[in-house]
Design a protein around this ligand. Sequence first.
Ligand code: DP6
Length: 363
Amino acid sequence: MTIQDFIPSPYTEIAKNASVSYQSPSNIALVKYWGKYGEQLPQNASVSFTLSRCKSETTLHFEKKNKGGYDFEVYLDGVREEAFEPKIHKFFQRVEQYLPFINEYRFVIKTQNTFPHSSGIASSASGMSALAMCLVALECQLYNDKSNLLQNNSYQLQKASFLARLGSGSAARSINGPLVVWGAHPKIEGSSNLFGTPYPYKVHENFSNYHDTILLVDKAQKQVSSTVGHDLMHNNPYATQRFEKANSNLQELIPIFESGDLDSFIALVESEALQLHAMMMASSPYFILMKPNTLEIIDSIWNFRKTTHSKVCFTLDAGANVHVLYPSGEKKQLQQFIKNELSKYCKDGTYIDDVVGFGAGVI
Ligand code: DP6
């Protein structure tokens, strides 16, 4: 598939005033995307677990208007959210050539998250992928295309992921589940820089229903956005080595996913999280997104693992919160440990229990 494949042929139908609604989850990267080039293309391939409970639910109301460019308003939890509009405006500009119909519509985008919006959890992956699904669903109406939008590997799902990427890179990995690769990798068949694809090889049952409890260490807005962080990789002296390492880590995960070797999984996933933050510290200007309690939690997880032989591990996204990953068989023991030992490091004691899921869906 090339970029040209996402430029549509002339539409055959007219859709007047109606709405479409889709939900899409967040995801947590095991091998991280950090550094991009061109128009939202990743410097290395990444892989993530799609989540299920942390999601955005979006309704796109559309109204045909005379030509003159698109128009839109965004509402979060029923309240107009003008702060979101510059990001969506940029997204619309980027997707215009792939969805030329948008210029003939006035949109009202109503969205809500199932997680608290002040939680510091990135809502761009779930929000942008849900919006991309709505736009593809509307485009289907313009062809009178009644094919199942949610069929695995369908052109429509690829296009939704392609569009979501233009809103936020990691959003490309939220359309499908439970494991999604984004970024061309020579050892992963079908992988592409343009869209996310379901991980195509054998995955051991140890990884079924994997749990992710997200510990909310800091709910404040990050001092450095992901977009700025990605940009700083352009003159990071370790960038080339990091991109190579991410790709080799992804390759190492192939036999780990197949055999279910959780010790190797833990070593690789934790190393990826720390390398991501090491890149931030090695940027110019440098920055640190972890907080003291992030390190307290990591230390407690390491101690717990040593004393109990649990297969729990952590990963981090671009912030202070900690994602605690564990196999479903350890659910009871881990939820007790989190409640008794880790929740004291969370802001107001809050954390979110999530589990691996299957991607976007119609509401
Ligand atoms: C650390 O996808 O939020 O979570 O493309 O600029 O919107 P933009 O960045 P974004 O970056 C995510 C970075 C990460 C790692 C990952 O999810 O792979």
